[in-house]
Design a protein around this ligand. Structure first.
Ligand code: 5GP
Length: 122
């Protein structure tokens, strides 16, 4: 796989504790924290603790344990946000930008969970 990971990216620095963050939840392999420039009333980022650059990098190379742990934590974030449609919430949007065409800003895999607003179709 032709990914090289930049250890100085901002999320790597957050994971090392060099930069503060507003943690929402943490697990063995993942961290969820509030986006510094929220694009919705609720805007949480979920990142793996491993050195993955994009969704495809994570999906292809992370261990099953990391993949399950990451998604469980993301699900728990949805519960905390109160946005789960199956539990009476009004829903949310998940986004993961990857590479140049998506204008990915931080080269560490992350999923945005956006809630509290109505989104158009994409
Ligand atoms: P991307 O465009 O890579 O999908 O999104 C990166 C996100 O990271 C942006 O929404 C941006 O606001 C957020 N972000 C960038 N730097 C920081 C930071 O230092 N702390 C936090 N909490 N979020 C950040």
């Amino acid at each position: 796989m032709a990914y090289s990971y930049d250890d100085q990216n901002i999320f790597a620095r957050i994971l090392r504790g060099e930069i503060p963050n507003q943690t929402v939840l943490e697990s063995e392999h993942a961290l969820a924290f509030r986006d510094i420039h929220p694009q919705a009333p609720e805007h949480v980022l979920v990142i793996p603790k491993g050195r993955y650059v994009t969704f495809d990098h994570f999906a292809l190379e992370a261990s099953a344990e990391e993949i399950v742990d990451f998604h469980r934590l993301a699900g728990q974030v949805c519960t905390l946000m109160g946005v789960q449609p199956g539990a009476g919430g009004l829903g949310y949007r998940t986004i993961s930008n990857a590479g140049e065409h998506s204008a990915q800003e931080v080269p560490h895999y992350h999923v945005h969970i956006l809630g509290g607003a109505r989104w158009g179709r994409c």
